[in-house]
Design a protein around this ligand. Sequence first.
Ligand SMILES: NC(=O)c1ccc[n+]([C@@H]2O[C@H](COP(=O)([O-])OP(=O)(O)OC[C@H]3O[C@@H](n4cnc5c(N)ncnc54)[C@H](OP(=O)(O)O)[C@@H]3O)[C@@H](O)[C@H]2O)c1
Length: 282
Amino acid sequence: MKQLNFKGVNLPAIGIGTWHMGDNPQTYAQEKATILYGLNHGATVIDTAEMYGAGNAEKLVGDVLQEVDRQKVFLISKFYPQNATKEKMKQALSSSLKRLKTDYLDLYLLHWRGPVLLSETVAGLIELQKEGKIRHWGVSNFDTADLEGLYNLPQGDQVFANEDLYNLANRGIEYDLLPWQRDHQLPLIAYAPIDQGDSRGQELTQNAIIQQISHNHQVTAMQILLAWTIQAKDILAIPQTSNIDHMKQNIEAGSITLSAEEMKEIDLEFPAPVSKQSLRMI
Ligand SMILES: NC(=O)c1ccc[n+]([C@@H]2O[C@H](COP(=O)([O-])OP(=O)(O)OC[C@H]3O[C@@H](n4cnc5c(N)ncnc54)[C@H](OP(=O)(O)O)[C@@H]3O)[C@@H](O)[C@H]2O)c1
């Protein structure tokens, strides 16, 4: 598994997404086992949110955390934009920590921009950090102008990461956002790194070039899509799966290196953007 250095913190390039998990009692045990497998095999970053299943995903993660060394996990959760005031953020965090059965988060993200002034949100996050309830804070679904605004605020440049939609079918951020983040040494967490799986991504997995490259590496097309997302050294991907075999494959994808030739072939098939595109989010 490739390892990253995010502002001095060592993290694996593949983490674990949890959207749509924890809702169904019939698949709960399987979901728990899948996340546990991931944590025990190097995918030690978990991404969740108060929004997911109205707290169900956090509860599931909390159950998994009881079975591992909490300190070895980098735990991310997110708060709703309407909870981005100092007071509401405190309450939201306290509820998240209760569901997660832990007393701190490694990273707390504003899920997307909303009505609350960003300056108040940043001040609130820094307070939570001083209290030791969160190690780092960050943002999600921010575009370049949002980040510029953030960096103009006092301590705004202490943001740990930005989490945005990024996959082979959605390369828009490569035009100006990723270069801006690189200029400012701000890492990216790529969500939906396989375009939400085959339900949406068949156009990707059935593509002849992707098929050929997966044949070269003796892996699945989905693993090539995932490997492509993390070819750079400053991108961490958080694929979601409820299937242990898929979890194994996703972890293996964290060690695949695509050749320059393969990257070129992919670029020809799925070109990088040549103009500004508005930020996509799901
Ligand atoms: N910050 C935000 O606003 C935001 C927005 C969206 C998502 N996220 C985060 O990002 C995570 C990932 O995004 P996502 O869940 O939307 O989409 P995704 O990870 O791109 O795709 C998930 C889908 O891919 C399938 N899958 C996973 N690994 C596979 C493999 N090796 N082979 C075949 N199929 C595979 C899963 O089904 P199986 O269970 O069958 O494997 C699932 O249906 C979320 O869970 C969430 O934590 C954040």
